[in-house]
Design a protein around this ligand. Structure first.
Ligand SMILES: O=C(O)CCC(=O)N[C@@H](CCC(=O)O)C(=O)O
Ligand SMILES: [Zn+2]
Length: 330
């Protein structure tokens, strides 16, 4: 199953079986990098689960993690008890080991998207796959974990971004994230058309973007730190209740401001290797933009997440965030 999926994903021309069975279920590969797993016996607590990776092509740890989890299913050490849609997002970028080829796929998941090109076409295909999967499993609670790694080091190496949306995140999610050793949660403050946001906004799914360490080539990822995360994927795919931990060890943040690049010339006022969540005091200069001038921290200290001066004009150059209390349902 794993072999067939990766073969067809990485080499579309190969004559690979597109469906088959394994000890506890069936697999159906509907497109390169898109595979449905259907259990022979669905457990009563099952969620309809989507696990996605490689929405950014150079983020390899999540691909290794999904490979390790699929190997457990294939070996029969894990029993499938929930339907799962597994996705590798940007295949040309994965082959090239680049974040994207033409544009950032993780800003294109919006219905009615009119842009043309390979990444917009892939976004439309993946949105349709998500719609079909959730509609075919309409009786089940919906869940989507979109797995990434961050460009820079981080004061919290493993954290999740909670997309903005009308639907609430259930209290159990916070405990599952804590048990999976996620160290921080960042609540988004507005709609950003990411893949995890798509499932939350249009389907009301329990959905997060996971940042599982730092970008590294295949084979050089710290997979030991992701053992608790693999256990979470394992429990969800078994349709059993994941381990819970109390959330004391998790730090919560909220986005205060999205720093955008507007001008041809854009620089950040701090070192390139500044880790995510670094704190900046009031008055500190954070960015210089040829279009909008200097950006300085106001009266409230800010922490910087995902700083990147080399984004396209009009794209996000950093999230400026503040600590906040845990959700009242946590
Ligand atoms: O490390 C970075 O600078 C970028 C990491 C990354 O790709 N983050 C995601 C976050 C998506 C979200 O806000 O949910 C992204 O920018 O797409
Ligand atoms: Zn990413």
């Amino acid at each position: 199953m794993l072999g067939e999926w990766l073969d067809w994903t990485l080499d579309e021309q190969r004559d690979t079986p597109r469906q088959g069975t394994f000890a506890s279920g069936r697999f159906d590969i509907s497109a390169p990098g898109v595979m449905r797993l259907t259990p022979h016996r669905q457990r009563p607590d099952a969620h309809a689960c989507i696990f996605s990776a490689a929405i950014h092509g150079n983020e390899t740890a999540p691909v290794e993690l999904l490979g390790a989890w699929l190997s457990e299913l294939e070996a029969g050490t894990l029993t499938l008890g929930a339907p799962v849609l597994v996705i590798l997002g940007n295949i040309p970028a994965l082959k090239a080991q680049q974040r994207f080829i033409h544009t950032n796929l993780n800003r294109l998941f919006e219905r009615g998207l009119s842009a043309s090109g390979d990444e917009p076409d892939r976004a439309r295909q993946l949105m349709a796959e998500v719609d079909d999967f959730f509609s075919d499993n309409a009786a089940l609670p919906k869940l989507h974990y979109d797995l990434h790694t961050a460009i820079r080091a981080s004061l919290y190496p493993r954290f999740v971004v909670e997309p903005y949306g009308d639907s609430d995140t259930h209290s159990e999610q916070w405990q599952w994230l804590a048990a999976a050793d996620m160290q921080a949660v960042l609540h988004q403050h507005q709609h950003i058309w990411t893949f995890s946001h798509y499932s939350k906004h249009y389907h009301g799914a329990q959905s997060f973007t996971f940042e599982l360490g730092r970008v590294a080539p295949f084979g050089q990822n710290d997979m030991a730190s992701l053992t608790p995360m693999q256990a979470l994927l394992g429990r969800l795919s078994e349709g059993t209740t994941p381990a819970e931990s109390d959330i004391e060890a998790v730090t919560f943040f909220r986005v205060r401001h999205e720093l955008m690049r507007h001008g041809d010339h854009f620089t950040l006022c701090f070192d390139d290797d500044t880790p995510n969540f670094t704190h900046f005091a009031p008055g500190t200069c954070l960015a210089n933009d040829s279009q909008t001038g200097e950006y300085r921290v106001g009266d409230t200290p800010l922490h910087v997440v995902f700083p990147n001066a080399n984004v396209e004009i009009g794209a996000r150059a950093a999230l400026l965030v503040v600590p906040c209390a845990p959700p009242t349902n946590a």
